[in-house]
Design a protein around this ligand. Structure first.
Ligand SMILES: [Zn+2]
Length: 228
């Protein structure tokens, strides 16, 4: 019934697609196909990282995540959350989950006006009823990970870039949340900081995986059904 009502409302008041501008739905079916929602898990040096989709264009991701800032713009969110939940389920049994967003440097966050990882974490937290704890702080600005050459340099670039605020809650499963994973060095640096502060169970969840080639071992799932 709700779905029918939604269809009728969208027919009478079409919205532009955030990606291509085509009038109809907030994320049109062509762009949904192009994004290729594809919940999967890969392992990065022992850290399990679950992602909802493979994608490369950063600015489209921003346009997808930005509506999470406004709960009334739920149209895009309803396409993002089901595959994110699916990826989370592949990572762990979602109980006693604590969502920890990857922080931006304060300066970057002020420029941007929000932290996209925090918006994602809050969206997922609302959907599964899990708390979001900002346990990490980025203590120094780092070079863009894309600009920094090899793996060793990238890890060196991030060593000590994060510090843990407060105490790690006992018994919780920590899920680091970020918008995108490329080399994984940011997530690994965050996990290292949390481990040093006593955290034991840490996995990571990202909206997009920008890995160039499909990783092995990896897990492929059938396309998630369109959300109701
Ligand atoms: Zn579109």
């Amino acid at each position: 019934m709700l779905k029918l009502l939604h269809t009728v409302v969208r027919f009478m008041f079409p919205v532009p697609c955030v990606s291509c501008g085509y009038l109809g739905e907030a994320l049109c079916s062509r762009c949904r196909d192009r994004l290729g929602f594809y919940p999967h898990v890969r392992s990065l040096e022992g850290l399990k990282v679950g992602s909802a989709l493979y994608f490369e264009e950063g600015d489209l991701l921003e346009r997808l995540i930005y509506p999470l800032k406004y709960s009334h713009q739920a149209d895009v969110v309803r396409f993002l959350l089901p595959p994110l939940r699916e990826a989370l389920k592949l990572l762990l049994e979602p109980s006693q989950v604590i969502l920890v967003p990857v922080p931006l440097h304060k300066k970057r966050e002020l420029e941007r006006g929000y932290n996209q990882s925090e918006l994602l974490a809050e969206g997922v937290g609302r959907a599964i009823g899990a708390p979001v704890l900002s346990l990490l702080r980025r203590v120094r600005e780092t070079e863009s990970q894309v600009k920094v050459g090899g793996r060793v340099e990238r890890l060196g670039n991030l060593a000590g870039a994060f510090e843990v605020l407060g105490r790690i809650p006992a018994g919780g499963q920590i899920v680091l949340v970020d918008d995108i994973v490329t080399t994984g060095s940011t997530l690994l640096a965050c996990a290292e900081a949390l481990r040093a502060a006593g955290a034991e169970n840490i996995v990571a969840l990202t909206l997009a995986d920008r890995n160039e080639a499909p990783p092995t071992p990896w897990q492929r799932l059938p396309q998630t059904a369109a959300p109701a």
